[in-house]
Design a protein around this ligand. Sequence first.
Ligand code: LER
Ligand code: MN
Length: 278
Amino acid sequence: MKLALAISIHPTSNPDVAFAGDLEATLARLAGMGYDGVELAIRDPRQVNGDELVALLRRNGLAAPMLATGQAWGEDRLSFTDADPIIRQAAVERIKSHIELAGQLDAMVMLGLIRGLLARAPSREQAMKWLLDAYRECADFALHRGVRLVIEPINRFQADAIFSARDGVELLAQIGYENVGLALDSFHMNIEDASIEDGIRLAGDRLFHFHVSDSNRWRPGAGHIDFRSIIAVLRAIGYTAYLSGEFKPLPDSETAARGCIEHLRPLLNQGSTPAPTP
Ligand code: LER
Ligand code: MN
């Protein structure tokens, strides 16, 4: 398993990323701390020069395993379930532009808050139909570009559908595209899943990405979530992708980012080599 940090390439109202803006300096600091990659929150990929981004990541020796899209909802209020068809279509088009950039970066694309609030649609049934249509249109577009998508279950205080790992697995079956998997998030799972470990086992090989923050949305090690146990279960299901830190820049960005790697790296190193035979 590798370690990434979720950052925003520009200033954002999202309080749960450790760094926002000043990308060049941020990448150099994270590479220096020992991160393997960065998850990049990008509001609108049409404002981004993909070639420059690829070169900047390469200069710092960092991968970009994931593009996060939540700002399309958080800042621009685009969603797959808006009552206005023009907004729904704009949301799908925005995600397609994330998918194109992801193809260039060899990244996946996160579909979380872009589902919007289903309660605002004329009915829940209608909202679910719009949601499935949008997921499938994006999945098909991504499939032809060799890109994988992830859907993130989000706790009930921040979303009004798809809360738990079980909800996510059931949704994947309805979507029916193999290039769509789940991103689970230890913070949301601590609220919604009766057992974080069982939720991970349920997702199994459909788990493509894993967000880590502690029970208080601070960096791992600052709350009561047992990351040793989580890492053991991730290993048991054969997960080899990223643990991506998505947490508040508290008490400050530097301390939070360093604290995350200092807490998780020893746990990842333990048990990754076979115990010596007596
Ligand atoms: C996004 O990955 C997430 O976890 C949500 O809580 C929105 O910030
Ligand atoms: Mn998350």
